[in-house]
Design a protein around this ligand. Structure first.
Ligand code: S0N
Length: 262
């Protein structure tokens, strides 16, 4: 993998590490980041030397804080991409479809579209300082596909609705209690813990694991249809003054004022 700017990709003894490498933006993604993530996950899928994939963020502040709000404030979109499309929905599909376990190693904030990324991974292992939450209704966006409906399958309707309707942040202990993460460890042990989990998975029959992953997916596959409609709706919504108020408020470091849109 060459020409990577926003991520790094390394394979270590059967485990592919994909690292979102934009720490000055708290590992928020732009269009290019999504393109590179898609390339990396496809490379891991195609490589017979890879049996498990880990997704994490650079540094200790953030796993990923979703769409790059500074970029969005400047240009109204997430910047140029290879195809002209902003392919975050395709990335969600790929995280589900790649027939190998994907572990989110949450090394800090998993917020907004970054929270959706860990939700879509098979397993989440979090550092004990990690924070979780959605911000869409605060910043003029939403993920009404896997980010909400699949989230509710994982932690239940009441808690999923709380996350999206109140936009609070939750610590790692709460996330573990809710079943949103599989394990919580000190930051210093995050990578080694992922390595141990990967070793256990790498010892198993890849075909059995592949078929099991497809079976787990099948039960929630219909959410992709709702998600497609939701992303179409989001494209229209982000053009509105209501959405613009959310982005402007974040970039001006003030609370949004949505009163006139009620
Ligand atoms: C993570 C938070 C809670 C951290 O707060 P804290 O500790 O107070 O630090 P800050 O001072 O706020 O942040 C430190 C520096 O990092 C920058 N930064 C943080 N997050 C982002 C970001 N997402 N984009 C760009 N920069 C970011 C800060 O600006 C700050 O920099 P300096 O020091 O230079 O000021 C807090 O930072 C926070 O709440 N962040 C924003 C989280 C957020 O709202 N993310 C976006 C949520 N929405 C999405 O992800 C949806 C995108 C999407 O999927 C989509 C899909 C398809 C079609 C359209 C869309 C769409 O949305 O348009």
């Amino acid at each position: 993998m060459n020409d990577l700017q926003d991520i790094t990709y390394d394979v270590d003894d059967g485990l592919a590490w994909i690292v979102i490498n934009r720490p000055d933006r708290y590992n928020a993604f732009r269009g290019r980041t999504i393109d590179e993530l898609i390339r990396a996950f496809k490379a891991a899928w195609a490589d017979p030397a890879v049996g498990v994939v880990a997704l994490t963020g650079a540094g200790e502040k953030a796993f990923c804080t979703g769409g790059d709000q500074k970029q969005r404030g400047e240009t109204g979109d997430y910047g140029p991409t290879e195809t002209g499309l902003f392919e975050v929905e395709a990335l969600h599909r790929l995280l589900r479809d790649i027939p190998k376990p994907v572990i989110a190693a949450v090394n800090g904030y998993a917020i907004g579209g970054g929270h959706v990324l860990h939700v879509t991974c098979d397993i989440t292992i979090a550092a004990d300082h990690a924070k979780f939450g959605q911000t869409g209704p605060k910043v003029g966006s939403f993920d009404a596909g896997f980010g909400s409906a699949y989230l509710a399958r994982i932690i239940g309707q009441k808690r999923a609705r709380e996350i999206w309707m109140f936009c609070r942040q939750y610590d790692a202990a709460t996330a573990e209690r809710w079943g949103l993460v599989n394990a919580v460890v000190p930051m210093a042990e995050l990578r080694s813990t992922v390595r141990e989990w990967a070793n256990d998975a790498l010892a198993l029959s890849p075909t059995a694991v592949k078929v099991l992953k497809h079976s787990f997916n099948a039960e929630t596959e219909h959410i992709a249809g709702v998600g497609a409609m939701a992303f179409d709706t989001l494209e229209l919504f982000v053009e509105t003054e209501e959405a613009a108020e959310g982005i402007a408020a974040f970039n001006e470091k003030r609370p949004p004022d949505f009163q006139q849109f009620r």
